[in-house]
Ligand binder design. Structure first.
Ligand code: BDR
Ligand code: CA
Length: 313
């Protein structure tokens, strides 16, 4: 399965990269980077480090360095992450030896998906949707040419940055709303509801380490860091959601999601307390037709099997 990954690496994006390169059923065509978990220069550096570790000669294009309209995240990153050791520069991975390609990610995405030879490729997004919103604005015909968008973002229940909003949608709510309202033929949303339903644990890290590959060892170390620093990990039961690789798992294991709903989805761009909230309208009498499939629950068994297969070879 060929795919382009648009990401904001980020520890779980890095695991998605390692898994996307390693899984025998997945073929990364390119990776594009976007401002998100960390500033763009660090996102791109983290991305190159993960790809180098995986031994992949996958082209990387750097994209948007700030949100579509806003000068920074709704709460500037320096304030948001002030007392947190969760985000890392370099991710504890060896320095990159490969280099980012010349040219911006947005025209790359346009050219790639306008090319009929790539009509079989899925676009996977695991960061804020800034690059994809910009690409759709630059070339509106892209709306018919991206066959499938699988993205991590949003929450039907509680968010993680605020009670209402998940980070990727909150970080660039205008971009998320622009992309979801475009009318892409197939959109699959992997929100927190799904990722939190199949968290990973210390014993999962032990199992990954036993696989004996550099990719599995790196993924285990990244998950252990999340276990130590993720606020979503309650101390009495150390487990942590590892969000982004689920998008890639779904490409080869569509049985990953054990509950999904077709709905009209949109993103709040104005609410004082609800900025970035994903609205999942399942009302039978809703005025607008369904424009996405939303995953509500995932199988931990399928997810672990995917990670073992992807990271063990
Ligand atoms: C999402 O936000 C980022 O912090 C993670 O990489 C993931 O894509 C989870 O809310
Ligand atoms: Ca991410």
């Amino acid at each position: 399965m060929r795919f382009v990954l648009d990401c904001d690496t980020g520890s779980d994006d890095a695991i998605a990269i390692l898994a996307g390169v390693g899984h025998p059923g997945l073929e990364p065509a390119a990776v594009t980077t976007v401002n998100g978990n960390v500033a763009l220069e660090h996102v791109t550096d983290n991305t190159l480090r993960a790809l180098d570790l995986a031994g992949a000669g996958v082209p990387v294009y750097a994209g948007a360095a700030r949100p579509l309209i806003r000068p920074d995240l709704p709460i500037p990153r320096d304030v948001l992450n002030k007392d947190s050791a969760f985000q890392q520069h370099g991710l504890g991975l060896p320095e990159a030896v490969s280099a980012v390609r010349e040219g911006h990610a947005v025209p790359f995405l346009v050219d790639f998906f306008m090319d009929a030879a790539n009509a079989d490729a899925t676009l996977v997004a695991t960061g804020p949707l800034t690059n994809i919103a910009l690409a759709l604005a630059l070339e509106p015909r892209l709306a018919e040419r991206i066959p499938r968008l699988v993205l991590m973002g949003g929450a039907h229940g509680n968010g993680n940055v605020t009670a209402a909003a998940e980070f990727n949608f909150w970080a660039d709510p205008e971009a998320a709303e622009a992309v979801l309202s475009t009318g892409l033929p197939e959109v699959v949303i992997v929100p927190l509801d799904a990722t939190h339903s199949a968290p990973l644990t210390g014993p999962d890290c032990d199992e990954l380490e036993q696989l004996g590959t550099p990719a599995a060892a790196a993924a285990a170390a990244l998950i252990r860091h999340r276990l130590e620093h993720d606020q979503a990990s309650p101390s009495h039961e150390p487990s942590t959601p590892v969000h982004d690789p689920m998008c890639l798992a779904y490409l080869v294991r569509p049985d990953l999601f054990t509950a999904t709903v077709r709905a009209h989805v949109s993103v709040e761009t104005a609410g004082a307390r609800t900025l970035g909230q994903l609205l999942v309208d399942t009302r039978p009498w809703r005025p607008e037709p369904a424009n996405a499939t939303v995953a509500l629950q995932a199988s931990g068994t399928v997810y672990r099997a995917f990670l073992r297969e992807a990271l063990g070879s």
